[in-house]
Design a protein around this ligand. Sequence first.
Ligand code: ZN
Length: 234
Amino acid sequence: MPNLLRKYLSGLSALVFPEICKGCGESLVSGRTALCRKCESEMPRTFFEKVSGNLVEQMFWGRARVEFAFSLFFYRKGELLQQLIHQLKYKRDIRAGTYLGQMTGRVLLKEELAGKFDCIIPVPLHPQKQRLRGYNQSDIIADGISEITKVPVNKESVIRTVHSASQTRRGRYERWQNVEGIFKVVHPHLFHNQHLLILDDVVTTGATIEALCAAFSEVENVRFSVLTIGIAVG
Ligand SMILES: [Zn+2]
């Protein structure tokens, strides 16, 4: 469908079917997407971006040299953030991802962090999984961040070479075994002297991100920071 027509139809459908808040079901005022102001304010923020040595940074102690790391929200089963991420991953709700990314971008600007990074690296999916899903949810979030902060996103230079099975039922050691060597940096020369912001939707043990950092081991003077929307708790 041509872009202009798509825009027109989406404007028209917003008039006929105003978007509703995914939290409370109330109609959203124009200019808002995904959540109303009240539901957004009730999301469980960590404020880890203000805490040196926070829980996410602790995950990487002794495992990867990370300059700083934080998650925006606590992520618990059955809560609103889980629903948003589920819709983004499995229901093609791209707008939920854009919303989460834009919100994250505003936090980076407010905390004056955005200027520290040369680019954002969304954790890649295996190409086969991405074909099935149609997109990588972390790419969508990264684009939302970039739209606000103007930090470029690099989606091409790291590939996931191993299609790992679901990791949710494995222990920490097994998970690490499962992800070691699963990423490959295809354009290492691009990253000399760069500070990369590794982005994922939810961090559980940090093993995937640790493996991603390890894939850069041949790159001179590359630095990492880590940002995820959620940190899985409870
Ligand atoms: Zn609401």
